[in-house]
Write a protein that binds this ligand. Sequence first.
Ligand SMILES: Cc1ncc(COP(=O)(O)O)c(C=O)c1O
Ligand SMILES: [Zn+2]
Length: 413
Amino acid sequence: MNGYRCIACADTQTADFADFLCPACGGNLEITYNYAEITKNVAQGLDDGNDIFRFAPFLPVAKLDTPFPLRVGATPLYAAPRLGESLGLRNLYLKDDTLNPSASIKDRASAVALQRAIDVGAKTVAVASTGNAGSSTACLAAGLGMRAVIFVPESAPQAKLAQSLAYGATVLAVRGNYDDAFDLCLAASVEFGWFNRSTGYNPFTREGKKTCAYEIWEALNGWVPDRVVVPAGDGNILSGMWKGWCDLQAVGLIDHVPKIDCAQSAASAAISHTVRRIRDNGDTEPDWSSVRVDEVTATTLADSISVNRPRDGLAAVKAIVQSGGEAIAVADEEILAAIPEIARSSGIFAEPAAAAPWAAVQQMVRDEKINANELIVCLVSGSGLKDVGNAQACSGTPLIIDPSIEAVREKLT
Ligand SMILES: Cc1ncc(COP(=O)(O)O)c(C=O)c1O
Ligand SMILES: [Zn+2]
């Protein structure tokens, strides 16, 4: 790690900078590296092991003395031929990040952020969350023996709250929305001196999420997908995915990068709206310091991507524009319908936010933005078990029968 650079004004800070936002403009920071050094280290081979810390040369944390207590990352990339065929797509893949310790991609971010907290001697980690970042922080903090304080909107799905409580975190359910929880977490972290892991605000979260790109690249034996479709609320998964591919290019492991497509609900589409506005203005590389990301009043049922004010919005908008990706906003009904479609043709159970990429692919096919031969990776970011209510709403109800063979025959014939 070299230091930090502001996503908005490009001002730089040295590695010993102790804050999280750009002192010049208040923008989010991105961590910068000495890529020549990484190239040298990677040439000596990646570490053994079966988690994201295998990618140590690309990570901004001290080398671990002992293995991380839970296996984060190393999730499978599955070919999804039957799901693809349903739209005439020949090369569709699903990156199953439901198979992380707390059942979402958030564990990648939490692992790096908590390791950073350890590096700087923090004992308590706080996070604002729509649900998954909280349950993930709670999970990994439990594994590491740290204290976690979680700020969630009161409406967060029960499963995510139950997870966080079971892991022993202090869960503060804020009477308000995610944005209220975020602002309160920020103020409380300053007041009580906690390490704030909140998404986007803390630049280390993006560094964890970028490992997802490395794993996709490895699983494809060095091929680069044409597009990676990523759900976006705050936009941090998306900006992380982009950074992962950019890192691989910067160290010469790949010679081009994929398009990163953004999948949002039309009822929470601040990032997609902003990208469209930029493109409508004909701006291919705007002055990023003057770009303002839209704010919306989010009403989507996909709780993980229900965000009024995206906390990593500018980085996500930049990633979509620079990669040439699409900014897609789909109806909530399409997101819900995508859950059983994915589950029935691949065996992967997604929560609504995690099903949004497949709904976005359908829209791109309808709009003739995708060619049937493209290599497409949809990120499945969180498990359907986290939101059973919405899963039930789109998957039907059981057939209730008497305990007899006749009753079975009657229903099945
Ligand atoms: C399962 C899942 N998918 C997607 C997202 C959206 O990620 P981001 O807010 O970084 O855009 C989240 C965020 O909570 C999530 O939990
Ligand atoms: Zn700045």
